[in-house]
Structure formats: structure tokens, C-alpha cells
Ligand binder design. Sequence first.
Ligand SMILES: *Cc1c(COP(=O)(O)O)cnc(C)c1O
Length: 439
Amino acid sequence: MEDSARMPCYESTRGGAPRVDFASALCTGLAPDGGLYVPDQIPLLGESAWRAANSFSKMAFEVLAPWLEKSVPAGALRAALTDTLNFPVPLIQLEGGEWEKVHVLELFHGPTLSFKDFGTRVMARLLSEILGGEQLTILVATSGDTGSAVADGFADRHNLRVVLLYPYGQVSPTQERQLIVQRPGVQAYAVRGTFDDCQRMVKRALRAEDLKKRLAAANSINVGRLLPQMLYWIWAVVSGGFRNALFCVPSGNLGNLTAGLLAALAGLPVRRFIAAHNANDGFSRFLAGEQSPFSDSVRTVSNAMDVGRPSNLERIRALVDPARMREWIVARSVSDDATYASMRRVYEASGYVADPHTAVGLEAVRQYRRTTGDTGCAVVLATAHPAKFPEVVRRSIGFAPEAPRRLATVWERPTRSSFLGTSDRDLQAVLQAARHVHA
Ligand SMILES: *Cc1c(COP(=O)(O)O)cnc(C)c1O
């Protein structure tokens, strides 16, 4: 706090909307001109953040307070972070020659076993605080893990309802089960289309004049989700004592990478970022200077990263100039075959069981090290628990990891979901109905 003259405001990446405070950016998600909110200045990481680094939630408070303090009173923020960030974030050092100095930061020990728990839990809590007596419907398009994290984080809050859209038949059985277990205030819809269709439907609904005031997005386009994701980047550097590590992020919509870039802009020492992609490699094509790098998403075994047009690229371009982007970020694409091989290779060398998304990240680091000779310290963000993908893991290493208790229980609970078409009308009907439940 001592480092910044004033709190940041949030402005649209498209420059056609007024600046707003954190509370408004949180409640609307998308800016009125269709852009994404970005901070108009970056509060630098202060001494107080490093001093508090023996406790995740204490550090979280010191880091986040300068970004939003006027919108959320300090006491409420402290309580929100202590209540929501109440799971471990282990940093594991891999063994085996090839993996020397490679660490895995396990971000999957929250309630739904993916890193998305960080952003969604904090966002839900802050939103609920800020809304008070008002009601809001949260609309989410999910390629798998977002939906369950949002559903879990937002369920059972008196002022929030959740409408989830996921592409039917394109999430794993375990992921689907996590999405459709009954939760108070949450409705799940299986959309007959792709994830990109779901995302388009959400964006259009958020822009529709008559719906605007009652709807918000909880995708990584919401700053309320993005800011808490900075925390574990900082935590990794602190708990590993890293001076200048290379970070590798399994990437889809590029929200996680954007959070890392924000942390780096705030002063976190990062040598380089590797954005690890599956066959959906538009971002690497973009960095290579291709004219139209993006296309519809294709399906892969790391399905939470099956994103054809990553929405957070718009933010990255607003935050980082092209020269710096090329210097800071490299992107690698990893095929499904290489993903299976990666799980096997890591397991055989070090006994570590990685989920398919983390395996993409590990393979990207391996390739990067081979082609650049840069074998310095590296941190791979482990984005999901391997037990969420038992079929894929078994196919690769011959057995399925044991499911933690909270995952096993989703098979015992009742479920609820409906089908939905891809037209705006289909979605409008659902949203009108959700509104009646409010009233
Ligand atoms: C969402 C997700 C990703 C991709 O994260 P982005 O922030 O969208 O780039 C990677 N791995 C897993 C397991 C995910 O759930």
C-alpha cells in the first residue's frame, strides 16, 4: 500500500467505457463496450506482502488489499480470504535427472480439485459481500473445471444464482458429474454445441440491454477471479525461494497466464513464461506473428484447455507491449500422444502422477529445455488433480489415481441438468426462469 499513490481503477480494453471501481468491475464482468476490465495502474508488491509470506491467507490480504480496498472493508476482506483460501498449496520438487530443478506447484487441493477454486471462491465471497441485499445471476460457460468450481464457490449464497453452460459430451464423466450434482441455487445445462458456442452465448447475453443489470459472468473474464489467481504465483516464488524462475502454465483461455503477468508487472521476479497448449495452439501462432492464428476449438485429452479463441488475450495485449510479450512469453503446443507420453515419462522417472493438463505443462518445459539449453529452475503449475481424469491417467500409466474423498462423494449425490440449444432465445428463456426464482 505504501507503494501506490492511489487505488487502481478498472478500464475497458476497448477504451469505450467509463473507468469503474473494483466493485462495479466485479459485478458486471464484461465492460459495456464489450471489452474486458484491466487495472489502470499496477500496485507494486510491497514489503508487507513478503513479510506475511509464512501464511497464504495473510499474504493474500497484503497483496490484494491495494487492488480493491475501497470496495471491500479490510476486515471483510481478511475474513473472506481466510475462509475461502483454506487449503494447502504444496510445491513439489520432481526427481530424476531430466527433471532436475523442476518444481510442480499443486493448485488442486481446493474443494473441486482444480486451480479454479482460488478465483471462484474469492470472487463469490467478495461479490456476495458487495451485493448485500441485491440479487444477481451468475452466468458461466465451462469447458469442465470452471463450472464445478463456480457452482461450488457460489452455491447457497442468498443473493446469488448460478446458470452453468457446458458442451454436451465434451467433458469427462467425472467432470460432468461434478457439474451436475445438485447444489442450492445452481442450474446446469448441457449445450448441444462446443465450448466456444457456450462462451459466445454468455458474451451475447451479457451485452443484451434488458439483461445487463441482473447478470454477471464468472469466467476468467471477470477481474474478481483474475486477481486472486496472482496469489499462488507469488506464493510459489516465496515458498521456493526462487530468484528468477521460469514458469510454465497449462493454458486455455489464458486467465492463469494473465494473472501471472499481472504479478510480474507488480514486481514478482519471473525469468520467463511458457504458455503450454494442447492442439489448440492459436496463441503460439499469434506469438509467431501469423495473420489469423485462431480457429474453432478441437477436442483433446486435456479438455479444460480446448479453447479456440482465448478471451484473455485481449487483456494481455492491453497490459504488455508486443516487444515485452515476445521477450517474456513463449508458447508451446503438445499433442495428445505427447501428453500421454509425458504422464508416463514423469511417472517412471520420479513417481509423480500428473493429470493431463499438468502433463502438457511438463512436456512443454522438457521441450523448452531441450531446444534452448536453459535448464535453470522451473515451476510448472499443476492445474488439476489426476483423479479427475481417471480414464486418461489409467491409459497412460496403467492405473487410476485414488480419488480424494470429496471427489468420490459426487457419485453418491443426486444430480440435476437439462439440455439447451445454442440460440440466444434458448438462453433467454432459461434466464427469465432464473429471474422468477429470485422473485
Ligand atoms: C481452466 C483450466 C486450464 C486453463 O486455464 P486458463 O486460465 O483458461 O488458461 C488449465 N488446466 C485446467 C485443469 C483447467 O481447469
